[in-house]
Design a protein around this ligand. Sequence first.
Ligand code: UDP
Length: 318
Amino acid sequence: MRILITGAAGFLGSHLSDKLLADGHEVIGMDNFVTGNPDNIAHLAGNDKFIFFKRDVSNYIFVPGKVDAIMHFASPASPNPQSKSGYFNLPIQTMKAGALGTHNCLGIARAHNAKFLLASTSEIYGDPLVHPQTEDYAGNVDPVGTRAVYDEAKRFAESLTMAYHRFHNVNTSIVRIFNTYGPRMDLEDGRALPNLLKQALLGQPLTVYGDGGQTRSFCYVDDLVNGIIKLLYSKEHLPVNIGNPVEMTILQFAEAINRITGNKAGITYVDARSSRDPQRRQPNIERAKQILNWEPAVDLEEGIRRTIPFFKSKLGLA
Ligand code: UDP
């Protein structure tokens, strides 16, 4: 297939590009580098199956030649208010990437009779009142809350995707991505894994926000990419959760990072997030298991070990 990936220079977009190229597909990468990083795709320069366009997908986009599939991964995604690349500091761009960007990509899919896959998110569940989250749970999101620019853009994107499927018969899929980590994450984006692993490798205390009792479920990037590619090939039009169902508190997560890295500096508690920090998050992955025959294979210890060399090299410790 010839596959357009928006956000191709991002953390997930670049891993998807690598895997699809390895599987023999052609990839057309697009990114405006607002949060993506050219370093993530530098190794693809000279690969004649990969072409790249620097574009903002919220503007009209033209793709030369045929397109068989479009994977819309362009968006800021970090909720950290301190981070320059987080969506708190890019609120309008975030809403445009989710709304106008999704519309443009669906237009291309319709014109080319191509498959469309939307990168959605566990954030559409907001601060969930149902636990673990199943795909039929409609979520708990405040439309004027501080996270709304991301959550509501992705919720709109899901609605628009289903409208194109139902009204224009476009072949669409929606993946709801839960917390994911691995090499090529932006060390400065303020999310839990980059912050804590960076601190641990530098021998600093790990900053746990609040009392650390809030939970997350962390998936290694290779597992996530395998699930998404299975969804790309499937005929499933309803949303599918892809994530690792092993839930832990952020305090347990921080302690695991200290143990794996041998960091002796311990933990420091800081009050850095608003009260809208979701308190619990865990995917129910029964739908992915049944429809895609997918489940994650890499546990947290192995995933962190695979991530450390990238972080060390970025920190000049390698
Ligand atoms: N967190 C933390 N310390 C940090 C960064 C994040 O305790 O240095 C917590 C944050 O409050 C949240 C969880 O880790 O409860 C996951 O945050 P992240 O930014 O990775 O993404 P989220 O799951 O909130 O979208």
